[in-house]
Design a protein around this ligand. Structure first.
Ligand code: 7RM
Length: 662
């Protein structure tokens, strides 16, 4: 393996985003892996990809027939009245039947569908047969509570099997689920319930997180005081925490489902019948309810799970995402279950009781595919190699990353320390809005380059353009857009078609605007450069914050970094970096200077931070995305009126304000 790294000076540019990351290490798929993979070579990938974008309707029509079970076949693959798409019209199917019943019918009833581990160490395994019984009972319970097709059901749960069961039960009766992350406040929950008008809330008495109990039911009680649409609450007993049950409104899951039949015929949903709503925080204003529908979404999730993770019947697939995030929809639940795989699910924190937890789960359940976020990888890297070293990780054959750009240092650690140098890494770029993976190496076919998401998935036609919509040359940064509709694309923002049009289809007319910056290198590999709102403008040069962060993290003492701009009279924007250090090292003025110099050497003097602030932790959402808009306020010394409902730990911000260089 050739290890070579260099950086180049920044060149002046006004429209494009200047790129300085020059990662040149390449990891070809291991021969054995490629031999057994669904897609085995670059040529095979290239041929299929070209077919898929030249004749998308032929490609997707074939895939939909092969990968999904239809109650009634579809008549037309795509109806496209930009920007509104309808996929597989005339077809009828049920998502829960595709994820469960068809595998039971195929004789896999006794196969483990879901292996779950609670934070305290308790565990449960559900076979496909078990999943069918529990999902059917829950579906009947929803019907008994008055839920009908098209209704909305809010799910506010810890990560326990009932969360997936509840999602599948909604799909079974044709109701839309709206999963709200269990770490969100009652305020955030109420806003989302009110936006979608949910009639039922499914929750638990509590959930375990870092050894403590999160009082979920209590939050629900507070939230629905101002949610007139809610008529019933179904409560799973998880922690035994004392809760108040309001007669007629609140029901214990165990008792209520105990009275239900374990048979529930799946609702025959039109392909475009809504499947779920998932809220994402827009950069401003109220959260957006992203709408996904049945046939297209399920095909996107199922096919990408199969091809990108090279899923085989023998795999044990662990996606560490919470169900409250889109990754928990597509790759914890729908994608792998549609493929009849065995999934692993873990309730708690990665460092409970210590930093060996993830690796002990991999060892115990013989996980073969692990899919997690760079933030978790960096946290584990920071905790040190001694934790994974205590465990047998030889069951792993493939690793995945999602949520943020993965910096080359974290990539290399993941590859060597976790993957033992033998596992390909798929760096998967996608969004809540895209529903499924859009850009990623295929593990048996595409050479991986640390930090690059590499190539588009089948049927995905990305481009990188300037603000006038003109493609930028190779090597230049620009806006990432998608030129053609794809089956798992969002259909609209709930209740707001105008905002949907304006936000995603108007910035560059006629194409889908991702909001991310990216560049393509000479080999055609795509590099995601982060959200365009995060781009810095220093003396007329547009710099990607992510690249300055990557340069900081390449210093051996730095664990994690977040870079933002602050108003600067001379330069337009000055650069402020928030830095956490590796365990055992402390901040000093000397280190501050050293880090500034390090960035200047790595990228160029222009990218040298004006201010570096050391911190114990950075403010993040629970899916691990750094909340830079909050840090911009901290950097500028402003009080913040940002929406902090998605922030994991509010105290982090107070601590950052306290540590100022000036
Ligand atoms: C799946 C998910 C979407 C945003 C997206 C990007 C960032 C996600 C990667 C990535 C670089 C990746 N959905 N992002 N994956 N950036 N490389 N592999 O994260 O809706 O929660 O976020 O996340 O900015 O636009 S999301």
């Amino acid at each position: 393996m050739a290890i070579k790294k260099k950086s180049e000076k920044i060149s002046a540019s006004t429209d494009a985003i200047t790129s300085s990351l020059k990662e040149t290490r390449v990891f070809a798929p291991p021969r054995e892996f490629a031999k057994n993979a669904h897609i085995k070579s670059p040529a095979q990938y290239q041929k299929l990809w070209e077919q898929s974008v030249k004749k998308p309707e032929v490609f997707w029509g074939k895939q939909a027939k092969e990968n999904l079970e239809w109650i009634k076949p579809f008549k037309k693959v795509l109806q496209w009245k930009a920007p509104f798409a309808k996929w597989f019209t005339g077809g009828k199917l049920n998502a829960s039947a595709n994820c469960i019943d068809r595998h039971v019918t195929a004789g896999l009833g006794n196969k483990a569908a879901l292996i779950w581990e609670g934070e305290p160490g308790d565990s449960r395994t559900l076979t496909y047969q078990d999943l069918l019984r529990e999902t059917s009972k829950c579906a009947n319970a929803l019907k008994a509570l008055g839920v009908t097709p098209g209704d909305r059901v809010a799910i506010y749960m810890p990560l326990i099997p009932e969360t997936v069961i509840a999602m599948l039960a909604c799909a079974r009766v044709g109701a839309m689920h709206c999963v709200v992350f269990g770490g969100f406040s009652s305020e955030a929950l109420a806003d989302r319930i009110n936006d979608c008008g949910a009639s039922v809330v499914i929750t638990a008495d509590g959930g375990y997180r870092k050894g403590a109990v999160v009082a979920l039911k209590q939050n629900v009680d507070v939230a629905i005081e101002r949610c007139p649409s809610v008529s019933h609450v179904l409560v799973v007993r998880r922690t035994g925490t004392l809760v108040t049950m309001q007669p007629a409104r609140d029901h214990w899951w165990g008792e209520f489902l105990g009275r239900m039949s374990s048979h529930c015929p799946p609702y025959e949903a039109d392909s475009e019948h809504p499947l779920f709503l998932l809220y994402t925080s827009g950069s401003t204003g109220k959260p957006k309810g992203i709408l996904h529908t049945t046939g297209g979404y399920l095909l996107g999730a199922a096919l990408s799970a199969k091809i990108v993770f090279d899923l085989k019947p023998s795999d044990t697939f662990w996606c560490t995402a919470d169900a409250g995030w889109v990754t928990g929809h597509s790759y914890l639940a729908y994608g792998p279950l549609a493929n009849g795989a065995t999934i692993v699910m873990y309730e708690g924190a990665p460092n409970h009781p210590d930093w060996g937890r993830l690796w002990s789960i991999v060892e115990k359940h013989r996980v073969s595919i692990l899919y997690t976020a760079p933030t978790a990888i960096r946290a584990c890297l920071r905790a040190g190699d001694s934790w994974p070293a205590k465990h047998d990780l030889s069951s792993l054959r493939l690793l995945g990353s999602v949520g943020e750009p993965i910096n080359p240092e974290a990539w290399m650690w993941y590859h060597e320390v976790i993957g033992g140098g033998r596992c390909p890494i798929v760096d998967t770029w996608w969004q809540t809005e895209t529903g499924s993976i859009m850009i990623s190496p295929l593990p048996g076919a595409i050479p991986q380059v640390p930090g690059s998401a590499t190539k588009p998935f089948f049927g995905v036609f990305p481009d990188i353009v300037d603000k006038n919509g003109k493609p930028v040359p190779a090597g230049s940064g620009g806006f990432l857009v998608i030129r053609k509709p794809w089956p798992s694309m969002l259909r609209t923002i709930w209740g707001d078609d105008e905002r949907y049009k304006q936000q995603y289809w108007s910035q560059v007319p006629g194409v889908y605007f991702t909001g991310d910056g990216a560049r393509r290198d000479k080999k055609g590999n795509i590099w995601i450069m982060g959200r365009i709102d995060d781009v810095l403008n220093v003396s007329g040069h547009r710099l990607s914050t992510m690249e300055v962060e990557s340069a900081l993290v390449s210093h051996k003492l730095v664990a994690e970094a977040a870079v933002v701009g602050r108003p600067d009279e001379l330069k337009g924007e000055g650069i402020v970096a928030f830095v956490t250090l590796q365990v055992g090292f402390s901040a000093s003025d000397a280190l501050r200077d050293e880090l500034k110099k390090h960035v200047a050497v790595q990228i160029g003097a222009l990218a040298r931070p004006d201010d570096i602030r050391f911190a114990d932790a950075l403010p993040k959402t629970r899916s691990g995305k750094i909340m830079r808009r909050l840090l911009r306020d901290v950097a500028a010394g402003r009080n913040s009126n940002q929406d902090t409902s998605t922030l994991e730990d509010l105290s982090v911000v107070a601590a950052l304000r306290a540590d100022s260089e000036d």
